[in-house]
Design a protein around this ligand. Structure first.
Ligand code: ADP
Length: 603
């Protein structure tokens, strides 16, 4: 206090300052107003307010009075233990603590020393190394910060009036600081929770790692009021994608060395369950050796970054990457709530990353299977093609021989003639197998492109009935067709659908007794068309029905096995129907007969 003020005037002044600081101004404005207030009323040229952080450090958040002091002190962190060591040496002036320069603990130098000539022979003269502080307490008496003053206008250690004024000021400041902190936590909590929710939601919707990177950059940077962010992902090979996104959209490429440093720091941070704040003037958080830590800070300094937070990303015991948030020199320091939210987000983003990675792995596996299936189909296709030409030629020549040698008066049954007929039947079956293999390869190759066109199922059925007509007549099996005369249209491949129809009708005839009936019916429903083929034949046991659509499956029924077949026909039908967006169903009773129903979507 200067001599021009009475105690009453000073009280008024203090109240006015607190009124100015109270309105819902930004947190830093409030603290700045408080710091400046001390310099106005208490007769000290410099005042600083520090806040006690959850980490146990006191951080200088407001400095008033001297630009040089401000530059040197703002943002400085001092461990609580160091402050306590100073306070232990202090004279107890009620709410105030005074440490004369002579008692300053070993190794401690104040953050700022005024440019003042010490006066040696006057015990009441202010010494440049004297410390005057007041712990700031909330309404419960807990320390929330620290008020320090320096450079008295009088050049002397404070008198009783000045001490009373400072005491009053410190008491009010403590409560104001606690309130400002609470308000800030509350509003920050709400803001950050909303931002983090949005970020994680966006990231979780991404199926690949690159997508997560690209999508969360803007939200993270704005949500955390950061200058930029650097997201790095570790993959099986080591370092995965890594980019530094800045607020204005520029992307900075980082030196490889730095990425390595960040990786080992992130792994250590994940193990220790912590987020780490690094900045010039702050202690190395201990995740990296001092020289590497300095190198990272120097690089970031060269692109305008003053402080950063390293957030490890992970799931379970695995550290999957890191997120670095940066701030420039004029930005506020990272608040406890921001750090807690960032840590939480590291877990959520880690989970999103781990899911994306699993999905990527599954996609790769599916692609491998697809390649394998395509290779197998192509192999079968090539082999069947190569075999088909000579077999067709053999069948042709055998038919010619049978026609010439076994017709008319030569139709006897000498052993050579029987062999010739057997050879013809055998090669015809071989041709049938090759045709089935070719159809199977074509329906199963995932890389085949199928062009769909309008198909009339009535004419498909007619052509299929024609195709099996000969075998049906030989067994006196009647084919009853119920299709109506108007076209029934679907979209698809006419040849493939005809092959399905021939297969099902052929089976119905093949596995039916002589003199029975096979019916083929087309039903039109609002959304679907059903083609059903019923017979009065052998029927299929429930056990066999389960495996009907597996490649090369043939019945366990000995009577059915007497009929030639490959066990591929139904597989081809099922795959073709599935490719047309339809399904196949079977109803069968052993000894009674079977009904196969093909259901296709209406166009
Ligand atoms: P294939 O008839 O060439 O053996 P499929 O795939 O067409 O091969 O049929 C597989 C098996 O299903 C047949 O071996 C047969 O035992 C049984 N099957 C198919 N259709 C019928 C049917 N309509 N009646 C009785 N059994 C049938």
């Amino acid at each position: 206090m200067t001599g021009d003020h009475t105690a009453g005037e000073t009280g008024e002044q203090i109240r006015a300052i607190f009124d100015r600081a109270r309105p819902r101004g930004a947190y830093h404005d409030i603290l700045q107003t408080l710091a400046e207030g001390v310099t106005e009323v208490a007769g000290f040229a410099v005042a600083a307010i520090s806040v006690l952080r959850r980490s146990g450090d006191f951080e200088v958040v407001a400095v008033a009075g001297d630009a040089g002091a401000r530059d040197q002190l703002m943002g400085n962190f001092t461990p609580r233990a160091e402050i306590e060591a100073e306070l232990a040496q202090a004279d107890d002036w009620g709410a105030l603590r005074f440490v004369p320069h002579s008692r300053l603990p070993e190794g401690i130098t104040p953050g700022w020393v005024p440019d003042l000539e010490p006066v040696e022979d006057d015990p009441d003269a202010w010494h440049p190394l004297d410390l005057l502080m007041a712990p700031l307490r909330d309404e419960h008496g807990d320390v929330v910060g620290l008020l320090s003053v320096d450079l008295p206008a009088s050049g002397r250690r404070p008198d009783a009036a000045q001490r009373a004024c400072l005491t009053d000021y410190a008491e009010r400041s403590g409560r104001a600081l606690a309130q400002a902190l609470q308000q800030r936590e509350l509003s920050e909590g709400v803001r950050l929770a909303a931002a983090a929710r949005q970020i994680v939601r966006r990231a979780s919707a991404q199926l690949d790692v690159e997508g997560i990177l690209a999508h969360c950059a803007t939200e993270v940077v704005t949500g955390f009021q950061a200058l930029g962010m650097w997201l790095q992902v570790f993959d099986e090979q080591g370092l995965g994608p890594s980019t530094l996104h800045s607020r204005d959209g520029t992307i900075v490429d980082l030196p490889r060395r730095l990425k390595r440093f960040a990786e080992s720091a992130a792994r250590a941070a994940w193990e220790q369950h912590q987020v780490a704040v690094s900045a010039h003037g702050r202690r190395n958080p201990g995740l990296l050796p001092d020289d590497e830590h300095r190198e990272v800070l120097d690089f970031l300094g060269s692109i305008g970054v003053r402080s950063m937070v390293l957030v490890p990303l992970g799931a379970g015991s695995l550290c999957l990457g890191s997120l670095v948030l940066t701030r420039g020199p004029d930005a506020p320091p990272w608040s406890d709530i921001e750090l807690a939210t960032a840590q939480e987000m590291g877990h959520d983003l880690g989970r999103a990353l781990s899911n994306a990675r699993l999905l990527e792995r599954e996609k790769r596996l599916a692609e491998n299977f697809r390649d394998l299936a395509a290779y197998r189909s192509q192999l079968v296709d090539t082999l069947a093609h190569e075999l088909k030409t000579p077999v067709t030629s053999i069948v042709g020549h055998l038919e010619l021989l049978v026609d010439e040698l076994l017709s008319g008066e030569h139709a006897e049954t000498s052993p050579a003639q029987v062999s010739l007929r057997a050879m013809e039947r055998g090669t015809r079956r071989l041709l049938g197998v090759l045709d089935d293999l070719l159809s199977l390869a074509r329906t199963s190759d995932p890389t085949t492109i199928h062009v769909a066109q309008p198909v009339d199922l009535v004419s498909v059925v007619d052509r299929a009935v024609d195709a099996v007509g000969y075998s049906a007549r030989r067994k006196s099996v009647r084919i009853v067709v119920e299709t109506g005369s108007s076209p029934v249209m679907v979209t698809g491949d006419p040849d493939a659908l005809e092959r399905c129809c021939v297969n099902l009708l052929g089976n119905a005839v093949k596995y039916s007794p002589r003199d029975s009936a096979v019916s083929i019916v087309l039903h039109e429903r609002p959304r679907e068309i059903e083609l059903s083929i019923s017979d009065e034949g052998l029927g299929i046991s429930e056990e066999d029905q389960e495996r009907l659509f597996t490649e090369f499956f043939r019945s366990t029924n000995p009577t059915a096995l007497q009929q030639p077949g490959t066990g591929l026909g139904l597989v081809i039908v099922e795959r073709t129907v599935a490719r047309h967006g339809g399904r196949i169903e079977v109803d069968s009773q052993l000894g009674k007969g079977s009904t196969f129903r093909v259901i296709l979507p209406r166009p």
